[in-house]
Design a protein around this ligand. Structure first.
Ligand code: CU
Length: 622
């Protein structure tokens, strides 16, 4: 039996066995929630006491210096990819990690909008690396193209614009074929663009604005991590971590807090909900997603978040003085393996006094200027995220390691295209991530969910596909021309080649002499690839010379003028799509194993899940 057949068999077996097994699951009878399927099961991790350690907050990255050149501030940072140890289990040995400057998650970058950054990464880790700033319209040469990697002993300078709207981004390794293990062992962190224009909104700030990185892990009996290597379909841990700490608690004041959620797990999506100590679900407000603030907050009792997605929520603890509240996970579809405590995430211990009552608001209007793309009914491309084709996991049957076929779209710079993503196979969810662009999710068909209100409320760069689903997205393919990846963010799949590319082609019709001599469209441009470590390049003078050299490129300054010029071209010229110019690829017929995968008994539908939660509360159980 080939691996491909094994995967198929596994998928079908998983589907049917979980459906058949559900009557035997331990029955938890609160208010019509589907029974939690993970009771009593572990993946082998030693038991960990729930809510026994405080939530760690990653350190804030500090620049080595800031230069202002031609009116633009540029901050310079350095980070070394290195091995380190961290005590996770109090009574066992330490876990061995590899992360940025010995921190996991990595330090949080908090960058004022409009301040450019140069981040020099030095690879002293255990494998090659390529750093991707997820959510930024970075030029292709600094976007973390999977083959543009730093070997051990090399360094590379990444240059970022930070001119987009305020948003929660994240940075993580993107090296070809080992992104999953690199992220798992620590190469991931937050990167926040702070727009000072948002300060007047009165949203929670400072210590009341908290990043929460969600992951799942498996530990060995000695306290070290078990490796995800060898996973071919999914990796599911039995230990839920927030900011690198299993099931933490956080002491909060009885006021509003802003939480920036990012799912940094390999294969686990979550459906997060909040309960009080009587296990009643408590409503919160969702104010932002991948590309920044919504026009208006969305009230919800849950938020589904898949790998790579970000949602920002505001929880008002003011009515819960002196009590405990718990953030839980209700994501139960048969493709996701649950364990004893994977329905629990973290605890909030609500105090009785507020030290700072300012910035304690969520206004009804958050961002009146969300840059929605022009509407377009024509579907320019359909992409099947499937099992099979040139490799085990593919996009339209294509393997990323086939350079002659992997470029699946060539939208001219500045065009709006409508792309359709279909989940056409595999016992897993496929969160689809487009580099460069911000997407408007316009429809979801198939499956049980439909388009979720908070998915439609803002622009995004990841959208989750559950089995059987098809999603349409609109995006402006710009502002830059260049070659970019798009792929499944289930990192097991990404490493197994469920990754392709689009080339936003340069638009001669612009008549806009933007950097005609300094192109940045080739991700393997030798001017910018990694170089061997050289101590002479790490003197203060050498670092400042590097920053000056980047500033002289004029790489990002014309963004707003460029976008306006692109929009003007297409308002008059119209657009017929680029499909005819795309080289034909050997597209395998989609292998649909999706039929029957969404278990109707436990379909995780945002409204359905909580529409049923109207009965009497049950006693709280940790
Ligand atoms: Cu996938």
């Amino acid at each position: 039996m080939s691996l491909f057949q094994t995967l198929l068999a596994f998928g079908l077996a998983t589907s049917t066995s979980l459906v058949a097994a559900s009557p035997q699951r331990p029955s938890r009878p609160p208010f019509g929630l589907p029974p939690f399927s993970g009771g009593g099961q572990t993946a082998g991790s030693p038991a960990y006491p729930l809510y026994s350690a405080a939530l760690p907050i990653p350190p804030v990255a500090q620049p080595l210096f800031t230069e202002t050149i031609n009116g633009t501030a540029i901050q310079y940072y350095e980070a070394t990819i290195q091995s380190f140890q961290k005590q996770i289990y109090p009574n066992l040995g330490k876990a061995n990690l590899v992360g940025y400057n010995g921190s996991s998650p990595g330090a949080t970058y908090i960058i004022p909008r409009g301040t450019e950054t140069v981040i020099r990464y030095v690879n002293r880790g255990k494998a090659s690396s390529a750093v991707h700033l997820h959510g930024s319209y970075t030029h292709s040469v600094w976007d973390g193209w999977a083959d543009d990697d730093m070997q051990i002993g090399q360094y590379k300078d990444y240059y970022y614009p930070n001119t987009e709207s305020g948003r929660t981004m994240w940075y993580h390794d993107h090296a070809d074929m080992h992104t999953a293990s690199d992220a798992y062992y620590g190469q991931a962190g937050f990167y926040i663009i702070h727009d000072p224009a948002e300060d007047s909104l009165g949203l929670p700030r400072g210590e009341y604005d908290v990043p929460l990185a969600l992951t799942d892990k498996i530990y060995k009996s000695n306290g070290d991590l078990a490796s995800p290597d060898g996973s071919t379909v999914n990796f599911f841990g039995d230990v839920i971590e927030v900011n690198g700490q299993p099931w933490p608690y956080m002491k909060v004041e009885p006021r509003k807090y802003r939480f920036r959620l990012c799912d940094m797990a390999l294969s686990r999506s979550f459906d997060l909900y909040l309960v009080d100590q009587n296990n009643n679900p408590i409503q919160f407000q969702i104010i932002a997603s991948d590309s920044g603030l919504f026009s208006a907050p969305v009230n919800s009792k849950d938020v589904t978040i898949s790998m790579g997605e970000r949602y920002e929520i505001v929880i008002d603890f003011s009515g819960f003085k002196g009590t405990n509240m718990t953030l839980k996970n209700g994501q139960q579809i048969s493709q996701i393996r649950e364990f004893q405590n994977t329905d629990k995430v973290m605890r909030f211990v609500v105090g009785t006094t507020v030290r700072d009552a300012s910035n304690n608001a969520v206004p009804s209007s958050l961002n009146p200027a969300v840059p929605w793309p022009a509407q377009r009914a024509t579907v320019d491309h359909t992409f099947n995220f499937q099992l099979g084709g040139a490799a085990q996991w593919t996009v339209n049957g294509v393997d990323f390691n086939d350079p002659n076929n992997r470029v699946l779209a060539r939208p001219p710079q500045g065009t709006v295209e409508r792309w359709r993503f279909r989940h056409t196979g595999g016992p897993a969810v496929h969160p689809v991530h487009l580099h460069l662009v911000n997407m408007q999710v316009v429809s979801r068909s198939g499956g049980a969910r439909g388009l979720l209100p908070y998915e439609a409320a803002g622009l995004k760069d990841v959208v989750m596909l559950a089995p059987g689903e098809a999603v349409d997205v609109l995006a402006v393919y710009g502002p830059w021309n260049g070659m970019y990846m798009f792929h499944c963010h289930n990192l097991i799949h990404e490493d197994a080649h469920m990754m392709a590319a689009f080339n936003t082609t340069r638009l001669a019709a612009l008549g806009y002499e933007y950097n005609s001599t300094q192109q940045f469209e080739n991700p393997m441009d030798a001017r910018f690839t990694a170089k061997a470590y050289d101590a002479a390049q790490f003197s203060d003078a050498a670092r400042r010379r590097a920053v000056s050299a980047f500033a002289a490129l004029n790489a990002y300054a014309p963004a707003s003028a460029l976008m306006a010029a692109e929009a003007a071209v297409y308002q008059t010229a119209g657009y017929k799509g680029d499909a005819s110019s795309v080289t034909a690829v050997a597209t395998a017929a989609p292998v649909s194993t999706g039929v029957g995968f969404v278990n109707p008994a436990v379909a995780a539908t945002s409204t359905a899940l909580f529409g049923r939660e109207t009965g009497a509360a049950t006693p709280f159980q940790a």
